[in-house]
Design a protein around this ligand. Structure first.
Ligand code: SF4
Length: 196
């Protein structure tokens, strides 16, 4: 016979039978649940699988990236949680589950766009121009602001005129190289998206 439960009979049943029995009647259990992703091996069999770390936040979940050759180019066809990774054991949050969009996204900017001071329009520039322009501006600001010693006469070798915030799209190794570079030129204001 199908059991009809309203709020009154639910509370009465809970008191009379105990919560565990009631959950059993409802087909539920208090036993620890095993996450569905745990221990799950992917059934997807692409031409190449590579493990990586999700770049979006400080949790550092492991992911498996699948690639295929399409028209002579290697493209990312799937990214899913790494079941062997000790942090996430195969799970990814929605943000991590979408990291394929970092490599395959028609809205992603792939060219340098520059808007000069006072200009209204962006103009397309090449990467060589952009790299030289950034280097030139960093050097100028650093040269003008570099401090060898602080007010107590202690050696500091720093600039406080340049700061860095970034980046959500860098992996561990890229972050390590990037902060080495920043500290090497004297930056002390160094932040990362994961800490904000
Ligand atoms: S999958 Fe989600 S929780 Fe894990 S590192 Fe990426 S953003 Fe953070």
């Amino acid at each position: 016979m199908e059991m009809q439960l309203n709020r009154r009979t639910f509370l009465g049943s809970a008191a009379a039978t105990g919560t565990g029995s009631l959950l059993g009647m409802l087909g539920l259990t208090l036993s620890p649940a095993v996450a569905r992703a745990q221990g799950r091996a992917s059934s997807y069999r692409p031409s190449k699988l590579t493990t990586t770390i999700c770049p979006y936040c400080a949790v550092g979940c492991g992911a498996v990236v699948a690639c295929e050759e399409v028209d002579g180019k290697r493209v990312v066809t799937n990214i899913e949680g790494d079941p062997d990774h000790p942090i996430n054991e195969g799970a990814l949050c929605p943000k991590g589950a979408s990291i394929r969009q970092l490599s395959d996204n028609e809205k992603r900017l792939k060219k340098v766009l520059y808007r000069a001071p006072g200009a209204e329009e962006f103009v397309e520039k090449d990467w060589g121009w952009a790299a030289k322009e950034i280097a030139k501006r960093i050097k100028k600001t650093r040269d003008e602001s570099f401090t060898l010693k602080n007010a107590k006469g202690e050696t500091v070798n720093r600039t406080t005129a340049i700061a860095s915030v970034g980046s959500a799209a860098l992996d561990n190794e890229e972050c390590w190289l990037y902060q080495k570079f920043l500290r090497g030129i004297g930056l002390v204001y160094i932040e990362h998206q994961a800490r904000i």
